[in-house]
Design a binder for this molecule. Structure first.
Ligand SMILES: [Fe+2]
Length: 396
């Protein structure tokens, strides 16, 4: 991330900075990893510590499935229209481990009448369908289809989505979500060979200072609960901020693909990193151009990771039976590869229009109970010609 500043700030940090009435603005330091990670300094009109009411927490979470046996998995969410009314109640977690969770979210309501704060995880919200505004104390940020919206933990926010289809893929991360380390120089700037650069990372532009009084509800997510906190001032009471920690948008369409004469391995698609997992973008690109190249991927035995692909657009040349909104989970311990017939078919192809988000985790992912309704039971046999029966023994 890089340095940004909005609104008014004093020329020296931790010094007197006064409001028109002579009182001090209230300084707040927000840090990502103790005092050694990136941080921003916020200047509030009101003390951010002043709470009007702490209300009863509401359980909010998901149950990982026990006894889900080792198998290749396809979750087809292509037919869902609405997953719930509200931005939080509509989140359906499908896959989870201690490092991250993967959800879909298609709320019927387009505007939130409260603010939300995830106190335990960064969020990456991939806007598969939809557009709108992310409203946060850092300012307003226009978001659109194809954006990854990256929201560091503790950032208070709400969305106002525009009318029309709304389909979100949400990755919640127990660790900070970062740009890829090998693409940064020793001072953090993105290098020339990185598939994106700082110009592609869009920060909040319009700082809105709301000093009005009233009742402002913030739902804080922590440890399996939503904790409703009531304040008598708006969380948008900032007159200024500066630093490296802020929510941002990066469009998958601004990811510049890395291609080669022969098949390039998945790390060329890497877009973000978290602790024990990565997020990658498969984008429209030219195929491999060696005269004898095979554009379809080779069979691959992933012994140390679970690999999830979310299929966003286009035709997936190595897969059959996959639709827009499908997830595949290829767990560590089993080889996976192109479906029958797709290798020969790929030879000579010049380009692909596919668009997909991949999440690879180094620890096993667990399906949730909510995932079962999307399960394609025949997928484990889909590499076998004529194979259509997967013999399940006491397993979901
Ligand atoms: Fe793989």
């Amino acid at each position: 991330m890089y340095y940004q500043q909005r609104g008014k700030i004093p020329s020296k940090r931790h010094t007197q900075f006064r409001q028109p009435d002579g009182s001090l603005y209230k300084e707040e330091l927000v840090t990502s990893k103790g005092f050694s990670g990136i941080y921003s300094i916020l200047y509030h009109t009101h003390p951010p510590t002043r709470v009007k009411e702490v209300m009863s927490p509401v359980q909010y979470g998901t149950k990982p499935l026990k006894d889900y046996t080792l198998r290749q998995t396809h979750l087809n969410t292509s037919n869902i229209k609405i997953t719930g009314e509200d931005f939080l109640s509509a989140r359906k977690v499908l896959l989870i481990n201690n490092d991250c969770s993967i959800s879909i979210c298609s709320p019927s309501q387009r505007k939130m009448d409260y603010f939300y704060k995830n106190a335990e995880g960064d969020e990456v919200i991939f806007i598969h369908d939809g557009s709108g505004v992310l409203i946060s104390p850092f300012g307003n940020l226009e978001v659109r289809q194809g954006d990854y919206v990256v929201i560091p933990r503790t950032v208070i926010y709400k969305f106002e989505f525009n009318d029309g289809p709304l389909r979100l893929l949400i990755i919640e991360s127990s660790s900070p979500v970062e740009t890829v380390k090998r693409y940064r120089n020793e001072l953090g700037q993105l290098l020339e060979h990185a598939p994106y650069c700082e110009r592609d990372i869009r920060s909040p532009q319009e700082l809105v200072t709301d000093t009005s009084r009233g009742e402002f509800l913030i739902k804080i997510k922590k440890q399996g609960f939503l904790h409703p906190y009531l304040y008598d001032f708006s969380p948008l009471d900032l007159v200024g901020w500066d630093g490296f920690l802020w929510p941002y948008a990066f469009s998958i369409h601004d990811f510049e693909p890395i291609t080669g004469r022969i098949h390039q391995p998945p790390p060329v698609h890497q877009t973000f990193q978290g602790h024990n997992y990565v997020i990658c973008s498969f984008v429209p690109r030219l195929f491999d151009y060696h005269p004898l190249a095979i554009p379809a991927p080779y069979n691959h035995s992933n012994i140390d990771s679970d690999e999830v692909l979310y299929y966003a657009e286009g035709n997936f040349m190595s897969r059959k039976g996959i639709e827009r909104g499908s997830f595949t989970l290829h767990p560590g311990g089993l080889p996976h590869g192109p479906h029958p017939g797709t290798v020969e078919k790929s030879i000579g192809a010049k380009a692909t229009e596919e668009l997909a988000v991949m999440i690879d985790t180094f620890h096993p992912l667990h399906l949730t109970e909510d995932a079962l309704e999307f399960l394609d039971k025949n997928y484990p046999m889909s590499w076998t010609e004529g194979g259509d029966s997967f013999n399940e023994v006491n397993a979901p």
